[in-house]
Design a protein around this ligand. Structure first.
Ligand code: FAD
Length: 462
């Protein structure tokens, strides 16, 4: 029986990052992973493949809409779907092999197979039982299913099936206007599918700053996506290779149907803890199925920790990674910390959407006095030069102290720009601190500075 300081179950961004940090801190570390490749949902069927397809479809869209305007003439590119999928798979392979390399470099043992916890301090993989002073559960999440809708991963698919459809569908219904549905919906819209997004709530991207959500929906509509909001899907059925989605409008209970070649069910994800034997060991769970942990990511059982999508909080790769690093520090007897108030969220459509910290809605609800600094990308020279003048930066700051409380960006490279705000918030920056920082010209980042200026005496270029 092999003995380890730490055994981590699951090699997604939470698990593999935790393993690397544990090894760096001198702990003898093993990772159990049942998939053929490392990297979890994120690298295999999540963040990375979806970004590859977003990139490829955006390049096509750019060629179709902007090349001629810049005097770049030539035949319109044709889509070779098999090649595009091969490119996506190549990107996945490079990334998952990269994690294998990092495991070898850091002398981390990969225990191949599905793991369970027969008792505290033990992890079973296949027929073998390994001893571990500490166990970290990082088993991630799986797509949630919708009553009345049976996924066959051919016509009615989850995000996993949507990343490897046999052909580009002529029409697609996306159920759920969250991040995953909108990202993949916009991939297929750019590739020529007629995409209709059906959402239960009256707004897309629930929980997001309302003004950003409205602008985002308007821009996606302009790109050809249709929306049916406030609609409760009743069922989806497949007949002769075509799906019929039935829904009821919540406002008047009227029923309607949509036909499509493909239905993407993107109604969220739930924690995945099947087969771990948690109930037998007595690990406490949250009401919604996540593993319950304390502020040091330890469960109610000493020496068993949990991180990432399997616990509460935003289901994001970087949140899982941060918890992975922090729990390693805790296990090594150091101080591990995650600031849950400063976790950015990004949607990688065009334009990108990025958000961090408080929304206006939540500040109003709290009754906190705040000010808003806004700047439209139309006033940013660089954005206009690259046909990306849509959208804006919005910074929210405390009315009295000027301290930055949150930021919401829709526009070019929003997912990169947001980190200036994140660093600022970590250092307790005021909007004036950002406004007084010299920003290179011409960059998209100038729009962030202008929004910060708008919290004070006003922006220059609007
Ligand atoms: P996971 O990545 O889910 O990894 C868990 C691993 O544990 C899996 O490999 C699984 O096989 C393994 N496992 C489970 N049980 C066992 C067991 N008993 N024994 C052995 N192995 C086991 N997040 C972002 O931040 N940015 C994005 O752009 C983004 N895009 C996404 C796009 C899509 C289509 C999807 C589906 C998700 C996306 N996410 C994104 C979310 C992100 O993928 C997850 O938040 C992240 O992967 C969670 O990491 P994790 O380590 O907790 O779990």
């Amino acid at each position: 029986m092999a003995e380890f300081d730490v055994i981590i179950i699951g090699a997604g961004p939470g698990g593999y990052v935790s393993a690397i940090r544990c090894a760096q801190l001198g702990l003898k570390t093993a990772v159990v992973e049942g998939r053929e490749t490392l990297g979890g949902t994120c690298l295999n069927v999540g963040c990375i493949p979806s970004k590859a397809l977003l990139h490829a479809s955006h390049a096509l869209h750019d060629a179709e809409t902007n090349f001629e305007k810049m005097g770049l003439m030539g035949a319109k590119p044709k889509v070779d779907w098999a090649k595009m999928l091969a490119y996506k798979d190549e990107v996945i392979g490079q990334n998952t092999k990269g994690i294998e390399f990092l495991f070898k470099k850091n002398k981390i043992t990969w225990l191949k197979g599905w793991g369970s916890i027969p008792e505290p301090g033990k992890v079973k993989v296949g027929d073998e039982v390994h001893a571990a002073k500490n166990i970290v559960i990082a088993t991630g999440s799986e797509p949630l299913h919708l009553p009345g809708v049976t996924v066959d991963e051919k016509v009615i698919v989850t995000s996993t099936g949507a990343l490897e459809l046999p052909k580009i569908p002529k029409s697609m219904v996306v159920i759920g206007a969250g991040v995953i549905g909108l990202e993949l919906g916009s991939v297929y819209a750019r590739l020529g599918s007629e995409v209709t997004v059906v959402e239960y709530l009256d707004t897309i991207t629930p929980g997001m700053d309302g003004e950003v959500a409205k602008t985002f929906q308007r821009l996606l509509k302009r790109q050809g996506l249709d929306f049916v909001l406030g609609a409760a899907v009743q069922s989806a059925e497949v007949r002769k290779g075509k799906a019929t989605v039935s829904y009821k409008l919540r406002k008047d209970d009227s029923a309607a149907t949509l036909e499509a070649d493909c239905v993407l069910v993107a109604t969220g994800r739930g924690p995945y803890t099947d087969g771990l034997g948690l109930a037998e060991v007595g690990v406490e769970m949250e009401k919604r199925g996540q593993i319950k942990t304390d502020s040091h990511w330890q469960t109610n059982i000493k020496g068993i920790y949990a991180i990432g999508d399997a616990i509460t909080g935003p289901m994001l790769a970087h949140k899982a990674e941060d918890e992975g690093m922090a729990v390693a520090e805790v296990i090594a007897g150091k101080h591990g910390h995650v600031n849950y108030d400063v976790i950015p969220g990004v949607i990688y459509t065009t334009p990108e959407v990025a958000t961090v910290g408080r929304t206006e809605e939540s500040l109003k609800e709290e009754g906190r006095a705040y000010k808003v600094g806004k700047f439209a990308f139309m006033g940013n020279g660089r954005a206009k030069a690259v046909f990306q003048g849509d959208g804006f930066v919005k910074i929210l700051a405390d009315k009295e102290t000027d301290r930055v409380l949150g930021a919401h960006i829709i526009g070019p490279s929003a997912g990169e720009l947001i980190h200036e705000i994140c660093v600022g918030m970590e250092f307790g920056a005021s909007a004036e601190d950002i406004a007084l920082t010299c920003h290179a010209h011409p960059t998209f980042s100038e729009a962030v500075r202008e929004a910060a200026l708008a919290c004070g005496d006003g922006p220059i270029h609007s």
